[in-house]
Ligand binder design. Structure first.
Ligand SMILES: Nc1ncnc2c1ncn2[C@@H]1O[C@H](COP(=O)(O)OP(=O)(O)OP(=O)(O)O)[C@@H](O)[C@H]1O
Ligand SMILES: [Mg+2]
Length: 359
């Protein structure tokens, strides 16, 4: 299968985010009157060595978690949208003649892909998308080329097949982030028009920073920063096994000294790192400020993180809830649980949205 950034409107679709801490599945439905509904979701944890750098290291372990998640979904839907990590793809924007035929486009795109890949073309999965006319010349279109090692695509497709699912869309996690962001942009001034928004997705090991300017992705970078560091510190300080530390952290069941001696220093270090990440962004682009920081990923659920970041960076900081304007199925979803899990489901939501033609 090729990478597929285009196909939409599959009849039904589950967004599947295979990330370092868990397999996350989410299905959305059409609720009528242009409204979407969160139909069902499932999150099944993965041990910390199941993925390395976003790549599947232990496929049997991931397969078992996928199978469990799919069972918990209790859905008849079999089609899934998966994502590659941004680190597994190379992207490039090129200019193509607006009048180019399909075969001319293919030729130009293949020649470019050849330049982009450091590996043989028969090991490449390739996709491209016409983005629209360039600002300077209506006779020219901008096109986005995405390539990946075929292996990276095939291992994910095979995992889906192994648990009885069918991969119909292969996206990239940063693009899924952008799709989910569009569901939230209405909360921002001018619906996000002209705004610079940094989506900071703080996961277990990695923090993904995606900056969107006027609805376009202008920057993305990964930083080694995540909730595992906090779990590790809890486990050390309070002499708990990793799983116990993880559980106590999420439930807030820790001694009084935790907040001042462990949590606060962690929050300060996260805010410092995000400040550095913003400096890197400013030095890499012509933009010199961000209007809003949107916190996504499981760590966005840590009480007080938004305030610490806001305090340190003096930038409006919101916790990402891509379901803010969606209905919720009363049969399968507990609103309170969904509210807690929403930031961690950001990528899965972007993938599940691939069913709907929102343009
Ligand atoms: N309620 C909570 N309180 C504190 N931390 C939480 C809470 N919920 C989740 N986390 C932390 O969030 C992290 C997992 O976040 P997330 O699910 O976004 O990671 P991931 O997507 O699997 O990781 P990555 O993107 O690095 O591959 C874990 O470190 C977990 O402990
Ligand atoms: Mg993640």
């Amino acid at each position: 299968m090729q990478l597929d950034l285009l196909s939409r409107a599959a009849k039904s679709l589950i967004g599947v985010d295979i990330s370092s801490s868990a397999v996350k599945m989410l299905e959305l439905a059409d609720s009528g009157k242009g409204m979407l509904r969160v139909e069902r979701y499932a999150i099944k944890p993965l041990p910390k060595d199941a993925l390395t750098d976003g790549n599947i290291a232990k496929s049997d372990v991931v397969e078992a978690a996928m199978s469990e998640a799919f069972k918990a979904m209790k859905t008849r839907t079999r089609n899934v949208a998966l994502a590659l990590p941004a680190s597994a793809v190379i992207t490039k924007k090129i200019i193509v003649p607006a009048q180019a035929s399909e075969s001319e486009l293919e030729t130009q795109v293949t020649a470019e892909a050849n330049q982009m890949a450091s590996f043989p073309m028969d090991e490449v999965s390739l996709d491209y998308q016409i983005l629209g006319p360039t600002t300077r010349n209506p006779e020219e279109n901008e096109a986005l080329i995405v390539i990946s090692r075929r292996e990276r695509v095939e291992e994910r497709v095979a995992l889906a097949e192994a648990v009885g699912l069918k991969a119909v869309v292969m996206d990239v996690d940063t693009f899924a982030t952008l799709t989910a962001y569009e569901q939230m942009a209405f909360q921002l001034p001018e619906q996000g028009k002209g705004q610079t928004v940094a989506i900071v997705d703080i996961g277990a090991n990695t923090t993904h920073v995606s900056v969107i300017h006027n609805h376009e992705l202008v920057y993305q970078r990964e930083h080694v920063l995540g909730g595992n560091a906090l779990t590790h510190e809890i486990s050390r300080r309070f002499d708990l096994a990793t799983e116990e530390a993880e559980d106590a952290k999420r439930k807030g069941l820790l001694p009084d000294s935790y907040e001042s001696e462990v949590l606060q220093p962690f929050l300060d270090s996260v805010a410092l790192e995000i400040g550095r990440a913003m400096q890197l962004f400013f030095s890499a682009t012509s933009l010199q400020s961000v209007d809003h920081i949107l916190l996504a990923g499981g760590c966005a659920a840590i009480p007080g993180l938004d305030d610490v970041i806001h305090g340190k960076l003096q930038t409006s900081t919101l916790i990402a809830n891509p379901f803010a304007k969606m209905a919720v199925s009363s049969d399968h979803v507990t609103p309170r649980n969904l509210a807690a899990d929403a930031p961690a489901l950001f990528v899965a939501c972007g993938l599940a949205l691939r069913k709907f033609d929102l343009s």
